[in-house]
Design a protein around this ligand. Structure first.
Ligand SMILES: [Zn+2]
Length: 219
């Protein structure tokens, strides 16, 4: 354990967060953290990745960096959970939650490819007191939704209709994410509500073409 611990330490022996003076137990992306801050940093990163997943997709963070985070945080959380003698139940539960969430993140990384594609669509909101329609286009599409340019104010949780301008196909979708990129070009992430393969793409082929190495990847 001593050998493993010292290998996990980077240059710092004090936690890298502010004035924290707790001993370092884990490193993540080259930063060194005490147990409390390791847990906080992991929760924050997992939240950020979850938000990305619902928006532009994990590809936006770089799949290699997401994969490295999953590997590092799982290994460190598992190590702390097995070796720390003064863990309370809440800390143990949080460490297990981190391991579980990281493994779910890994599954999304594998099964949710996004394809850059500009498909013309019409967005329609029939929200009470705020109906609007907009001719626009997608930026990225996935099996479960899309990232779409949208000038209208659409908030997370809103339901929209998505109508393909080319085929006329219609689907209900929920706004999962929004990112204002300046006033001209706001992008929203939408998830379909019960619609299978709206884009008519062969997702297995898309995944293979985006990540040829994934077939041999074991974590
Ligand atoms: Zn700390």
């Amino acid at each position: 354990m001593q050998i493993l611990l010292s290998r996990m330490m980077t240059t710092a022996h004090k936690c890298g967060i502010g004035k924290c003076a707790q001993a370092v137990v884990a490193s993540l992306d080259g930063g060194a953290f005490c147990r409390e801050h390791f847990i906080l940093v992991c929760y924050k990163r997992l939240d950020d990745y979850e938000a990305l997943r619902k928006g532009p997709g994990l590809m936006a963070a770089g799949t290699e960096s997401v994969r490295r985070f999953i590997h590092e945080c799982t290994r460190a959380a598992d190590h702390i959970e097995h070796t720390a003698r003064d863990l309370d139940n809440l800390e143990r539960a949080k460490l297990l939650h981190i391991i579980l969430s990281a493994s779910e993140l890994g599954r999304h990384l594998r099964r949710s490819p996004r394809k850059a594609a500009s498909i013309p669509v019409r967005l329609a909101s029939d929200k009470l007191g705020g109906t609007w329609e907009e001719e626009t286009e997608t930026v990225l599409v996935s099996r479960y939704g899309a990232l779409v340019r949208c000038k209208h104010p659409a908030k997370a949780g809103d339901t929209l209709s998505l109508i393909r301008s080319d085929t006329g196909a219609t689907a209900k979708a929920r706004v999962a994410w929004q990112r204002p990129l300046g006033e001209e070009d706001v992008r929203i992430g939408v998830e379909f509500l019960g619609c299978e393969n709206f884009w008519g793409l062969d997702w297995a082929a898309v995944e293979d073409s985006l990540n040829p190495q994934m077939n041999t990847d074991t974590h």
